[in-house]
Design a protein around this ligand. Structure first.
Ligand code: SLL
Length: 238
């Protein structure tokens, strides 16, 4: 039986044009946007039980362009004038025995679709976000335990343990050789059990898909809220 554990995270960027009439003091005069680039759990889940640290490599025009973030929130906030590819190197907890994995994110400062002119005029927030499924193929046992219990060994049973974190870990199983249809006393591994397991996995996938949908809806609400706030600010200033 091959096991994959697939924790789900979200990475991306959020950028906001700087209001030329309300520039923060001391800001580089060339900078036009404030932005953050991040990796986080779906629905605000703390993913530090499997993700140890993230190295963000910014464009070389930035001072100390390589930023190591060792605890959540795994994000870098900066200001600047240009878009570029951010390299994100994800380091997993030591129990994982896994090598770091590299992702790339195109920092997006400008609107590219919809009412482009309107978005520019309103200085809309630009969000560019992706769901990431990191596939751990046959994770070592300690890491398997961490991923399925949702907590590192040291923190298990400690305060704040929720035990519901595996909701964002997908599991997959696959047969490696022909196995008997029904279980026998000496062999519990069978197609019947496997079928049941696959049904459970399908159910889990559905749950994950529903969560993703919910997350998208929330993002939309957040954007609307920001828009409202922006309107209020404009009214207050005008
Ligand atoms: C471009 N190829 O030309 C890209 C590079 C670089 C963005 C964008 C630097 C901030 C600073 C900054 O915004 N770099 O340190 O002044 O669009």
């Amino acid at each position: 039986m091959i096991t994959w554990l697939i924790p789900i995270s979200v990475y991306g960027s959020i950028a906001k044009p700087i209001d030329p009439n309300n520039r923060p003091a001391g800001l580089n005069p060339e900078h036009t946007h404030r932005w953050s680039v991040y990796v986080r759990g779906v629905d605000g889940e703390d993913i530090s039980y499997w993700l140890k640290k993230v190295q963000f490599k910014l464009h070389e025009t930035y001072a100390n362009s390589s930023r190591m973030i060792e605890s959540p929130p795994f994000e870098v906030t900066e200001s600047g004038w240009g878009e570029f590819e951010v390299q994100l190197k994800l380091y997993f907890v030591p129990e994982s025995n896994e090598k770091a994995q590299t992702l790339w994110h195109a920092l997006k400062l400008h609107p590219y679709d919809g009412d482009i002119e309107g978005q520019k005029e309103r200085r809309d927030t630009i969000v560019a976000q992706n769901y990431e499924e990191i596939i751990f193929n046959e994770p070592v046992e300690p890491f398997y335990d961490i991923l399925t219990s949702g907590l590192p060994p040291a923190a298990r049973g400690a305060k704040g343990s929720k035990g519901s974190k595996q909701a964002t870990i997908k599991q997959k199983g696959e047969r490696t050789a022909e196995i008997p249809y029904a279980p026998s006393p000496e062999n519990p591994y069978c197609q019947k059990r496997e079928g049941e397991e696959l049904d459970r996995l399908k159910q889990a996938m559905k749950t994950v898909e529903a969560m993703v949908k919910e997350e998208r809806a929330k993002l939309k609400t957040k954007e609307q809220e920001m828009e409202e706030l922006r309107k209020e600010t404009t009214t207050a200033q005008g």
